[in-house]
Design a protein around this ligand. Sequence first.
Ligand code: C2E
Ligand code: CA
Ligand code: CA
Length: 320
Amino acid sequence: DNDPSVLLQRADMAMYVAKTHGKNGFRFFSEEIDARVRGDLELEAGLRQALHDDGRGLWVAYQPQFCAQTRRLVGVEALVRWQREDGRQVPPSEFIPVAEQSGLITVLGDWVLSQVCRDLAIMRASDVDLPKVSVNVSPRQLRRGSSVVERFCEILVLFGEPVGRFKFEVTESALMEEGGSVVLEAFHKAGFSLSIDDFGTGYSSLGYLKRFRVSEIKIDQSFVRDLPMDGENAAIVTAVVQMSRALNIKVVAEGVETEEQAEFLHACGCDILQGYLLAHPMPPPELVAYVHEHGAGAHEQAEKGRLGGSASRGVDIVES
Ligand code: C2E
Ligand code: CA
Ligand code: CA
């Protein structure tokens, strides 16, 4: 098939897939690419419709984060979920790239923050007052400039939530992007905390961390996975923790799945643990039950349990 317009169209599709699914890559056109583009267009239309219908099918899951030392709950990360009308759950790794590529991420991001505020109010009515909530922000949202911060502030005012409760997770690339410093400065000025997500997978520039007054970094799961056996990862994690400490930046380890990982991370000075070992992401009612089960104000209760001699409190939490 040598029709130039078809060739161009196919080259375009290959480029689209290369851009949407993975950076700095390239793709050749294939049947697979054709299917992927169709699939993405379908997802985009579905997502657009969901957002148009006030987020029908969309919801937010919350994954608890724990103090590495005391194993008490210190906050949660908000993770968006999408259940399609046929009941199928679309993983964020599929629809977030599509939302970014299509520009829908701006509306989706606003919806997520609004939903988090609604969930916080509902949970508060059940006596659960979460100390900190981390919300993911994609690079494309930051490209709007400081207006994203203004928008976030408006949303919080609308729901009467204090800025101090919110942490925004951005990836390292946001620090390096043109105009990135202006936006991040705006987040800081507004009183939000900044967290660097997937740390270690990008530029990992510690100098930037200081300059942008980052309060926390999250060590990517890929470094945590084979701890403590993987000597290289162990060395990287140890070095990152030490440098962060010198800069007064807190370190969160993501994807903690085993007790061995948790112990190693705690021993090398990591501050906060997040992962399936301790708790999975869960819908608000489940989080409420979870917090209630471990005492009203889960943190103090867990603390008491620990001080009361039950050193394996974190393990208790896992098993329940
Ligand atoms: P992320 O920000 O790095 O989120 C952590 C991911 O690791 C989540 O996947 C979480 O469910 C998963 N996870 C947590 N503990 C463990 C563990 O112990 N082991 C393993 N293997 N995985 C664990 P999820 O929820 O599928 O989200 C995937 C990505 O989608 C997120 O990665 C984030 O980049 C993006 N995302 C999710 N929600 C939002 C959102 O509201 N806005 C934006 N912009 N991106 C989001
Ligand atoms: Ca994140
Ligand atoms: Ca991450």
